[in-house]
Design a protein around this ligand. Sequence first.
Ligand code: ATP
Ligand code: MG
Length: 325
Amino acid sequence: MTKKRVLSGMRPTGRLHLGHYFGALKNYVAIQDTHECFFMVADWHALTSDYADTSNIRENVIDMVIDWLSVGIDPKKAVIFRQSEVPQHSELFLILSMITPLGWLQRCPTYKEQLKEIQNKDLNNYGFLGYPVLMASDILLYKANEVPVGEDQLAHLEFSREITRRFNNFYGDVLVEPQALLTKTARVPGLDKRKMSKSYGNSILLAETDEDIAKKVKTMYTDPLRIKATDPGHPDGCVVFAFHEIFNKDAQTRKQECINGCVGCVKCKKELTEMICEFSRPILKKRQELANDKKYVEDILKEGSLKAEQVASQTMKEIREAVKL
Ligand code: ATP
Ligand code: MG
């Protein structure tokens, strides 16, 4: 039986955080043996919001691949490539742009949310509006069956499905409708309860020192109704508890202890800190080893990009044929 194909990407906007890992990356690692995987460094996507200052982009690409390798993404199993090294992505983006109704983009919930939440950058750009069109191009070029993403990307994936149907309607059955592959924790909250995001400044990195983890957990939003440790707590909607659900095998016991006022927030945070540190330590160690060998990472990307282009150019041939160009 042929393996199902997967494509997923992340924007190289700096070191990865727990949201990236538990929302998507954990699935990348899990499916390397069971699926044919293409993992993309989405550097063109990084330009949609970080276009004004691109001075860090190359470094960010390397940093992100190091994070991937540190958690167990294996270049012998998966194709790891850089979007901007495979020009077919921009060609399909152009063709899909022609058949994309503006309303589909304007009503996209992530588009509206980010315009509202991100105040320090001007996002009133054609490229930012067109983010889902580029993402659809990325996926459809590989005829990917499944796309591991976090919940915030579901609307974009729905767009990919809709544009596939529209394309196939016009030009014949060439493109494949992709399905989302969600993890158990599809939305990881940040320290302040909003979605964990680099741009919101509310994140804990994947590889962070014990000291920084402790500092950050201390700032997590806690129950204002809970003054004494023996007051009954409210785990539902509590950020600290949301992280216990990710890290603590015995989260259900903790939930009861909190509700019954048996364990206070200080102790609860301390235990959480230790669990996150334990998770982070080996990743930090691995990433420090890899950081000394940037050429190794560059070579992985070069080789992966050549493999990706072979698949992409074949699909593009079929697309040109179908559109009668
Ligand atoms: P940031 O918001 O920190 O800048 P990003 O959203 O730009 O990161 P993307 O490249 O868009 O990063 O996302 C990479 C993957 O990580 C996507 O699949 C996305 O769904 C997932 N992801 C990012 N943040 C979270 C989160 N807080 N919870 C769950 N999944 C997340
Ligand atoms: Mg995002």
